[in-house]
Design a protein around this ligand. Structure first.
Ligand SMILES: NC(=O)c1ccc[n+]([C@@H]2O[C@H](COP(=O)([O-])OP(=O)(O)OC[C@H]3O[C@@H](n4cnc5c(N)ncnc54)[C@H](O)[C@@H]3O)[C@@H](O)[C@H]2O)c1
Ligand SMILES: [Zn+2]
Length: 412
């Protein structure tokens, strides 16, 4: 692997077969201080044989979208899927550029929000694509957050048995989470993400300029997932976040290089954990740090605006460290550091006492955990920690301690 200059800032090319890419991918050079050496963008090339794709990260990418997208098109034709919040901000400039480059552009705008990740909107998007006479060579472009990435990616993977797909993630959460892994999907009445595919994009443009219009609450929800990577196995990154969070989340000029570092570090970390465990049998479960508790809280609050996914994860990470400390596994100072940092940036750190269905009791939360996808042979899997950056997976947790942890957190 060697750096080579390209027209998109610094490029790290990784040439390895699919099963090796993550290991190789992770052997990137140590992070430099982005404030000192500030190319506007950096690129990770994910080598998947003929399906290799670049993830460009940085500012000004949307402004150069045609230059970056056109070489990736089989034919000069794209179909954009976006949502009602993102469309007024970014759709027209994108279409204007691509049309000027000779690309035919059609689009669908779905209502913003998780409700669009459903079978009805999926059918509408597919029907609109078919009505526009999309062909196998038409490229689907997802312009929006994780909802749009999952919906458009799924549609692209099944339209005409699969058409090319490009992602332009516009939330921090989608930039750090959906760019690596290739998961697409929609929700079903019985639960979230129950149907979907693994489908790799041809290109990802993670433009930090788009984060400047993101509501602060959504930015913070994405930050919780960024922080998760530090807590799993990168104590230095966590310490860096403690020092730099106000700059990362502060907006303006200074935030771009810091956000870029967060996104690149997160994408690399996700790749490293996914490495030998594409189907979530073992180590990949580490990515669920905070999610066992978080999902239970989301179930109680209705998967909506009351508690965003990243907010549930923030509370869940605090609970996971608190539980680890109560079990004598983790120094209480580390658990306190986790709580204090997440609280200081403005994330919730305490489980709500009431939700959509009335009071949220520890017992109700524990019942949800029993129904979670992560249950194995009847035992709830927990991601606990021996300290910051030292997460591990275990099913050997006395439920009385879990209940005690939840009750204490709600009473605090
Ligand atoms: N495929 C994966 O690997 C993966 C990973 C993580 C999450 N997800 C999925 O992603 C979804 C959550 O993603 P999300 O948090 O991005 O939610 P989202 O797509 O609903 O976006 C959050 C809100 O921000 C708005 N928005 C998006 N970009 C904006 C911008 N630049 N400026 C202003 N507003 C903007 C959206 O319209 C929406 O209202 C969930 O459905 C989750 O299951 C998928
Ligand atoms: Zn998550």
């Amino acid at each position: 692997m060697a750096p080579d200059a390209g027209h998109c800032g610094r490029i790290w090319r990784i040439d390895a077969p699919l099963h090796k890419f993550v290991r190789e991918f992770f052997v990137t050079p140590p992070d430099t201080n982005p404030a000192e050496t500030d190319p506007a963008t950096e690129t990770l090339t994910v080598a998947l044989g003929t399906r290799a794709y670049p993830i460009h990260v940085g500012r000004g990418l949307l402004a150069r979208a045609a230059e970056l997208i056109v070489p990736k098109l089989a034919r000069p034709r794209i179909y954009i899927v976006t949502d009602s919040h993102v469309a007024p901000l970014y759709l027209q400039p994108l279409v204007t550029q691509l049309k000027a480059a000779g690309v035919r552009c059609d689009h669908t705008i779905v209502p913003a929000g998780e409700a669009s990740k459903d079978i009805g909107p999926l059918a509408q998007v597919l029907n609109a694509m078919i009505a526009a006479r999309c062909e196998r060579s038409t490229t689907v472009v997802a312009l929006g957050g994780g909802v749009i990435g999952d919906l458009a990616g799924f549609a692209a993977s099944i339209l005409l048995r699969g058409v090319p797909f490009i992602q332009i993630p516009t939330t921090l959460l989608s930039q750090v989470d959906s760019s690596v892994g290739g998961k697409t999907g929609i929700n079903m009445p019985a639960g979230k993400n129950l149907i979907g595919t693994f489908y790799q994009p041809k290109l990802v443009l993670a433009d930090t300029d788009t984060l400047q219009t993101l509501p602060r609450r959504e930015l913070l929800a994405g930050y919780a997932e960024v922080a998760k990577y530090g807590l799993i196995d990168d104590a230095d990154f966590w310490a860096w976040l403690e020092q730099n969070a106000s700059g990362v989340l502060g907006g303006g000029e200074a935030s771009h290089a810091l956000l870029r570092r967060c996104i690149l570090t997160s994408c690399r970390a996700k790749a490293r954990v996914v490495a030998d465990d594409e189907r979530e049998a073992g180590a990949r479960a580490l990515l669920n740090l905070g999610h066992t508790f978080g999902h239970a809280l989301e179930a109680e609050t209705g998967y909506g605006a009351e508690l965003l996914h990243g907010e549930g994860v923030a509370i869940g990470m605090v609970l996971a460290f608190d539980l680890s400390a109560r079990l004598g596994l983790c120094p209480p100072e580390d658990a306190a550091r986790v709580r204090e940092h997440l609280r200081s940036v403005g994330l919730p750190v305490r489980p709500p006492r009431a939700g959509r269905f009335g009071p949220i009791t520890p017992k109700r939360l524990i019942d949800h955990m029993g129904q979670d996808k992560k249950v194995k042979d009847g035992a709830v899997q927990f991601i606990l920690a021996r300290g910051i950056g030292k997460a591990f997976i275990t099913a050997d947790v006395p439920m009385a301690k879990v209940e005690e942890t939840l009750a204490a957190a709600q009473a605090s």
